[in-house]
Design a protein around this ligand. Structure first.
Ligand code: PEP
Ligand code: MN
Length: 342
């Protein structure tokens, strides 16, 4: 339920409504808009009638049900967009944020070379997996803590923020110690224990869409993180599995504007995993800008033919620099800006 307070409601009236919501067995979720306060009553209590009756309480303007199954992340409850902040960096604001780096952290040389190159080209966040969820148990599983330390070194060296994947609940603490943004991989989008754990972390989460997940399921996974205490969620469209095998996945471009209608959370696109082909990263990236994405996450490797994972979809640093140059015009056309051109 959404309890919309009157624009002149007092703080005392707001707190009283919150208290009633708790008494009825729901969790109040307060949103302070520019004009008025809106309170979401979320949970699975069976006192809906009591909530309806709040309509006659002083300070309350109206009580309406939230129609979507996801509540806190829905635009019904919060029309104004969420801006996820990492120090000075804003994701979901005016800046179009590009995250780039290797699929996996392999060696110091590989990571530093990539970090310097993507920084130079205008990226704001360095990506790189230290814990890798691989389809085959015989594939490279990641450098783990050693990889996290290299990422932190690259951050000190370049000023880039770090996004890296957390694969298990047990690793959450150590990954959060080093990373600025925690990535949940497609294979883990419905790992509910992990999502709940991430609700208790004081770091933004980049939630990737599962390869066979619907938009509703993606939003319900985001709701898990938010309702467990962490509203700083960035959604990522990274392609879904369809009958098509010519591309690694099928980039669901329409998901981006649809998500922008359904949720206030920022949305980024991963053209690397979405296509699986180096040559398609650039056109897919441009399309992402046009459909209203807030940013991109792109795999870059100095020597893709030697990459320990995802070489075929990794672009080289010169290709990445070219892409960024071209992207600048597209981003401007959407009334946004890329790092370095505001
Ligand atoms: C990755 O970002 O390297 C990755 C494993 O992505 P996804 O979870 O989208 O497959
Ligand atoms: Mn990858």
């Amino acid at each position: 339920m959404i309890i919309a307070m009157k624009s002149n409601a007092t703080e005392e009236q707001i707190q009283e409504v919150c208290e009633s919501i708790r008494r009825y067995g729901y969790k109040p979720h307060l949103i302070r808009g520019e004009e008025r306060v809106v309170i979401g009553a979320v949970g699975h209590g069976d006192n809906k009638d009591h909530l309806q009756n709040l309509r006659s309480v002083p300070g309350v303007e109206d009580v309406v049900p939230i129609l979507q199954p996801y509540k806190i992340v829905s635009r019904e409850l919060q029309p104004q967009r969420t801006v996820v902040r990492v120090d000075d960096l804003e994701i979901g604001g005016k800046e179009f944020v590009v995250m780039a780096g290797p699929c996996s952290v392999e060696t110091r040389e590989q990571l530093m070379e990539t970090a310097d190159a993507v920084k130079q080209a205008g990226a704001r966040v360095l990506r790189g997996g230290a814990y890798k969820p691989r389809t085959s148990p015989y594939d490279f599983q990641g450098l783990e803590v050693e990889g996290l330390k290299l990422l932190a070194e690259a951050r000190d060296r370049t000023g880039l923020k770090i996004v890296t994947e957390v694969v298990t609940t047990e690793d959450t603490e150590v990954v959060a110690e080093y990373a600025d943004i925690l990535q949940v991989g497609a294979r883990n989008m419905q790992n509910f224990a992990l999502l709940k754990r991430l609700g208790r972390v004081n770091r933004p989460v980049l939630l990737k869409r599962g390869m066979s997940s619907t938009i509703k399921e993606l939003l319900l996974s985001a709701e898990y993180i938010a309702t467990h205490g962490n509203p700083q969620v960035i959604l990522c469209e990274r392609g879904i599995r369809t009958f098509e095998t010519a591309t690694r996945n099928t980039l669901d471009l329409a998901a981006v504007p649809l998500l922008n209608e359904l949720t206030h959370l920022p949305v980024v696109v991963d053209p690397s995993h979405a296509t699986g082909r180096r040559s398609l990263v650039r056109p897919a990236a441009k399309a992402a800008v046009a459909v209203g994405a807030d940013g991109l996450i792109i795999e870059v490797h100095p020597r893709p033919q030697e990459a320990w994972s995802d070489g075929p979809q990794s672009v080289t640093p010169p290709m990445f620099a070219e892409l960024m140059k071209e992207l600048r015009e597209y981003v401007r056309f959407e009334s946004r800006y890329l790092n370095g051109s505001q």
